[in-house]
Every structure is written in C-alpha cells, then in structure tokens.
Design a binder for this molecule. Structure first.
Ligand code: ADP
Ligand code: MG
Length: 709
C-alpha cells in the first residue's frame, strides 16, 4: 500500500525521553513506517498508510501527549493554538508554588520542632504533589511502555526519600527537577524563536499596482506577475524582478551583507530586504510562501531534523547511560549492606542520589540546541547550511576545490574583443553568439548577452531554436536558419573546424589572461570573442584565510590552462586542473581526496557544476539567492558572491564542534563528580538535582551563545 507522510505538532515533546516513549508506542503499530523527530520544532513526521492518522493521534494521546496533524498543502489550516506567555503558563505557576512550599518546609525544619513536625510534613507533601504531578504522569507512561526514563527515576528517588523519611528533601528534589524541566523547555523555545525570527522581517502587505492605482494587498493575495511598488525606506514584501526605477537595496536579511546593492531594470530583488532612497516597481516572481527568505527559514528548520554525528553519538550514549546508572543504583543499594554489613538506609540513600545522576537530558539537549544556534547564526550571515551533519563536516575538510569562472572570478565577466574570422560584420558575429547564449546559464553567456544588449540597446530581436547546452564545452542553437555553436577551443576541435590561424589568435587572447569563445558553424569558425574574467576582489583575502586554516586549495576549470594560470598565479594556487569536462571534475576531486587522505569541499555555481558539487564532501554554491536550482543543489548555499563567507562557515563549524565538546565534558564531568561524592556518601539528593539543573543551564546557555551577534 502506498505510504503518505503526516507531520504532527506535539507540544509536550521537550526531551529526548519523550521521543523514546512515542517510538515505543508507535513502534509495533500496523501501517506505520518511519518516524522522524524534530525536538526543536516539536514535530514528528510519520510515514503511514492513508487513514491511519486518527489511530496515531489516539496512540500518542494514550501516552499522555497531544498530537495535532499539520494541514497538508490542499487543506485549510487548523486554528493556531495561542500559547500563553511563559509566566502565565499553568505549569510555571504550579512549579513556583511547589518551590515555595519546598522552601518553607526546608526553613521550618530548621526550627527546634525539626523535620517531623506537622507543618513541615504538610508543606513537603504539597510540594511533592503539586510539583511532581507532571513528572509522575510521565513516569507512569514510561513504566507502561517499558522505557526507563528520567521521570521514572526521579519519582523513584522521591518515593525512596519519603520512605527514608527525608521529607523536606523529597519536596525540594521534585520542585527543583520541575524547574530544570521548565528551563529546558524554555531554551528549546528560544532556539525555535531564533529560526522564526529569520522570517519576521517580511511585511504582511504589499502595495500592488492594479489598473494604475496602488492597492494595499495581503502578500498571500498577490499573484505572480503583478507589479509591486516600493517607496524609499520600505521593506520588500515579495521576491521579484525590477521593471521600473532604480534604487539601492540592503539585502542583509538574506545575504548577511548590509552594504546596499544597486538595483535597476531586470535585477532580482528579495523579500525582507530594505529599500534605499529610490522608488522601484517590480514584477513578482515568487509567491509569499516560496520567497527566498521563507525558503531559507524552512530549510533551516528542516535542517534541524538532520542529525549531526555528535548528536547521534550522544543519543546512542544516552540510550545506555540511564539503564546503566539504574543498574548501578540497584547494586549500590544492595551490595554494601549485603556483603559488608553496611547500614541499609545510608546506602539506599546513596543509591537514590545515583538515580538523580541518571538524567541525561542536559547532555542530550545541549547538542541540538548548539547545532540549531549554529545554523541560525550561519543563516544570519547569509550562509544556508542544509543540516547539522554538514555543519559538523565543515571542520574535517582538508582541501577546497574552486571552480574558476564565476567563482574565483567575477560573476559578470565582460566581452573585450570581437574578432570576425570570416566575411562577417563584428556586430553580426556578436548577434549570432548572443542569440544562442540568451538561453544559457553560464557566466560567459551572460557577458555576451549583456554586450549585445549594450551595443544595440536591446533593439535587435533575438530568436533561437533547438537550443542545447553542451556542458563543459559551450552551447548550440539554430539562428537565422543556421546552426551556430558557441564554445571553447575544445568544442572547435570536436567539430573539427579549428585551424592554425584560429589557434594563433586564441593564444594571443589567452596570453592577455582572457577567456576565449569560438563562434562557429559545423563547417567553419565564424569568429572569436575575448572575455575578461578578472578575479573577484574578495578572492585574495578568502584564499589567504583558507590557507591560514591549513587547507589545501585547488582550481578545477573547464577553461584553458593559460587563462587559468593568469588567475591562479596571483592567488598563489598551484594545484590547477584546466580543460576539464564536468565529469572530469569528479575524478580530480577523488584524486585530491586520495592524495590528502581527507574530505574535499567544492565551490562552484549550481548549474554547470552540479555533479561535482554533489560528489564533494561539502558542496558550496555561490550567489544562491537568485537561483532556485543553486539553492537546492548546494550543501551550503552562500547567498551572495562574497567568497569570505567560506572561511566564515568553516570558523562556525569549528566553533559549533568546540562548544558541543565543552558541553559533553561539562555535563559528564559534573555527573562524575557527583558519582564519586555519592559513593563516599557525601552528596545529598537536592545537591544532585541542583547540580543537574546547573549543568542544564550551563550547557544549554553555552549552546545558545552562538545566537548572539
Ligand atoms: P568553468 O566554470 O570552470 O569554466 P565549465 O564546465 O562551466 O567550467 O565550462 C567549461 C568551459 O566551457 C568554459 O570555460 C567555457 O570556455 C566553455 N563554456 C561552457 N559553457 C559555455 C557557454 N555557454 N558559452 C561559451 N563558452 C562556454
Ligand atoms: Mg563554471
């Protein structure tokens, strides 16, 4: 039977232990397949047979949680449940009351009447009942699904303390634990908000020109192709292409770069950016939901589902950790009295302390929180990373391979030479080439089309049929009744139209550092074009920074060796591979990988380099904001053309891994300290819970550090 996917929102899903309860509950269910948990978004995506949705909701309800199916694309959205603010939530209030009761009991127990007095008993009992209610229900579900979780251990510890008549401690422990739970839920909520705040920048209404009149229209109601007018200082509500006026626009929400970018006729503009001092009209190219900024936010949220290596390790660790600690607690309670005749109640108490130490929540939570902060931080810098896994992989890279044209060099090269090789006027030659290139995505093609438009002010109509891109070589099309090929030297040889005279001219251009383009038919070469393809201003800095990080750098290009050397030499890159076909780039990547014994990242443009990018350990795409294909193809999409985003990404990757390691050591270190203290009978229950709460605060706070600017 065909399976469908439903995404459920589960508000109570705060801790990985709940994930395990749900897994256990849905595990054996008929017609239910893969489960994908996203603790940050509090969603669970289930693959299931149609018609099982109700049963799944009921099953999750059975373990004390409410699952709300998210509407499919063709359904009406369900009413959003409005969440009360943190301080108004019932659980915040009950926890506060429990803590006050526990404190009062503690203070009263210092009076001469002592621990056993009636007011102390009443207050402690209140703290336990009010503060422990939630923990107890979760413990009950854990018992029913036979997943040993921390709530169960906590209730066991509290019950033990009551039996041993440590009343005030039992009250304190449960109240502190309830607070620790709240803190964790809050920090998850903060990480979640960090992602949503990426989108909050887009206006809800657009000024749409209809019948020559401006109308304020909700963004959802604006159709593709409608004209939106933007006044100075306004934020753009939708993506589009400028068709009147000019201005400069701050695109920081998308690219992370606040420097205004000039925009004129035909330029792409993005929702969320802030207009400068001009007025522009632009044609809407994407619906509100599909706008670049929304897709970035969606992808970042999606990325949090993709677990990094560290996260998977911690999850696996936690699975064994809690049961082992439980086993140890049992041993500690039984063995010393049994074997050494030690005091039963003392060792029972020490065992209870161990139970409290069995909580892996802080440890398990801190990793996704760190990753999410890292992803959100990257997005703020205009770097879209497609998952924790990739963010972690950045640190392992040993080498970076660059595509040349449009990557190390300007995205907009310029035509400098138009050289007819037959009886044809230069303008006509340019026209034939531009006609073919109008359909190509290559940066060189763009240069030719622009040059043609400049010379003719867009007057001559460009018509082409039978267009075909020839990857790594050029392109072909039917213009004015003849098949015209536009491409590199290799293509001229493939067609067998090259001649010594042509080569002489080609080499002359190449020695000036120009990229050469041959325009030809199947019979002969019509002419040559020279394209100046200068290195980007940021290339030098980026290359220096990457080299300082110890990375090996290489250039992989389809262009010829002489032109490539003119770019590679000043940058000091000596591992140069020229004249490559797209498929060759993959084998070169593999060779570098083998030589260095480590993963290689590849930077390129999404269209021509897609196969190599997919093969590389991490595929970086430049200038992704304007291109849907690029946005999809990349592991890491750099929103603008700034190569310095590359070292920024790598530094971020190092930082995220460093923080996760710190967190693991802090969390485990504190546990170890309390383990030893408990063994020597020096730790009290409430100290253990307090330390656990402290550990949660420290590691989660440490993870959220990345959210700060
Ligand atoms: P690179 O971006 O490293 O140059 P590509 O595989 O994108 O590598 O292209 C290889 C070469 O093929 C280019 O350097 C260029 O000479 C030629 N080429 C590719 N597409 C075109 C095109 N549309 N017009 C002209 N030349 C092209
Ligand atoms: Mg290229």
């Amino acid at each position: 039977m065909e399976m469908i996917e439903t995404r459920f929102r589960i508000e109570q899903m705060d801790c990985p232990t709940e994930e395990r309860i749900i897994r256990a509950a849905l595990g054996g269910m008929e017609g239910v397949g893969d489960l994908e948990f996203n603790l940050i978004a509090r969603t669970l995506t289930v693959r299931h047979e149609p018609g099982r949705r109700e049963a799944i909701v009921r099953k999750i309800g059975g373990v004390g949680m409410s699952a709300v199916p998210e509407p499919g694309p063709d359904e009406l959205p369900v009413l959003q449940v409005i969440q009360p603010s943190f301080w108004r939530k019932p659980v915040t209030i009950t926890t506060a009351i429990a803590l006050i009761c526990a404190f009062a009991a503690e203070v009263l127990s210092w009076l001469p009447t002592g621990e056993g007095s009636v007011p102390v008993l009443v207050l402690a009992a209140l703290a336990i009942v009010i503060g422990g209610y939630h923990t107890a229900t979760k413990a009950w579900h854990s018992l029913r699904t036979l997943t040993l979780n921390i709530h169960f251990l906590m209730i066991l510890a509290v019950a033990g303390a009551v039996v041993l008549q440590h009343w005030t401690e039992a009250g304190m422990v449960i109240a502190l634990f309830a607070i620790a739970e709240l803190v964790e839920a809050q920090s998850l909520a903060r990480a979640r908000r960090a992602i949503h705040s990426l989108m909050e920048t887009t206006p809800t209404h657009a000024t749409v020109m209809r019948h020559g009149e401006p109308h304020a229209v909700p963004v959802e109601g604006v159709a593709l192709g409608e004209i939106v007018r933007i006044k100075p200082g306004e934020r753009l509500p939708l993506d589009g292409t400028v068709n009147a006026g000019s201005s400069s626009v701050n695109q920081a929400p998308i690219t992370g770069e606040a420097m205004p970018v000039p925009k004129g006729l035909g330029d792409a503009v993005f929702a969320g950016s802030i207009n400068g001092s001009g007025t522009i009209d632009y044609e809407v190219t994407h619906t509100a939901a599909e706008s670049t900024i929304n897709r970035i936010a969606d992808m970042v949220e999606q990325a949090t589902t993709n677990r990094g290596r560290t996260e998977r390790f911690v999850d696996r660790f936690a699975r064994y950790y809690t049961p082992s600690v439980f086993g140890m607690a049992v041993a500690v309670a039984i063995l010393p009295p049994l074997l050494a005749g030690a005091d039963w109640s003392t060792w029972a108490y020490n065992a209870l302390v161990l139970l409290v130490i069995g909580c892996p929540c802080a440890l398990v939570l801190s990793t996704p929180v760190t990753i999410v902060s890292g992803l959100a931080n990257a997005a703020r810098h205009g770097i879209l990373v497609k998952g924790g896994e990739i963010l972690e992989r950045g640190r392992d890279l040993r080498a970076i391979a660059f595509d040349k044209t449009g990557t190390l060099t300007e995205a907009r090269p310029r035509v400098t030479d138009v050289l007819p090789m037959s009886d044809i006027a230069p303008d006509h030659l340019l026209h034939l080439a531009a006609a073919v290139e109008a359909r190509s995505e290559h940066p060189i093609a763009h240069a030719i089309v622009v040059e043609h438009a400049v010379r003719h002010e867009g007057e001559r109509e460009i018509a082409v049929a039978d267009f075909e891109a020839l990857p790594g070589r050029g392109a072909r099309g039917l213009v004015e009744g003849i098949t015209v090929f536009v491409g590199n030297h290799r293509l001229a040889h493939d067609l067998d139209v090259c001649s010594p005279l042509v080569e002489e001219h080609l080499h002359a251009l190449e020695r000036q550092g120009k990229t050469t383009v041959v325009v030809m038919t199947e019979e002969n070469v019509i002419g040559l074009l020279g394209v100046a393809d200068a290195a980007r201003a940021s290339s030098g800095d980026a290359v220096r920074q990457l080299r300082a990080m110890g990375l090996h750098l290489a250039i992989l290009t389809g262009d010829n060796a002489i032109t490539t050397a003119s770019i590679a030499d000043p940058l000091g890159i000596d591992d140069v591979h020229a004249d490559l076909l797209p498929a060759d780039k993959i084998s070169v990547l593999r060779a570098i990988d083998e030589r260095l014994g480590g993963p290689v990242g590849m930077v390129g443009e999404g269209v021509n380099d897609a196969p190599a990018l997919a093969h590389a350990s991490v595929g970086f795409v430049m200038g992704a904001a304007g291109s849907d294909v690029a946005l999809e193809a990349a592991d890491v999409a750099l929103m603008d053309d700034d190569l310095l985003k590359l070292p920024t990404f790598l530094r971020l990757s190092h930082q995220v891994i460093a923080i996760m390691k710190q967190n693991i050591w802090i969390a485990l270190g504190l546990k170890a300290v309390f383990f030893v203290l408990a063994m020597f009978g020096e730790a009290t229950l409430w100290m253990a819970v307090f330390a656990d709460m402290g550990a949660s605060l420290i590691v989660v706070g440490n993870g959220l550090r990345m959210l700060r600017k």
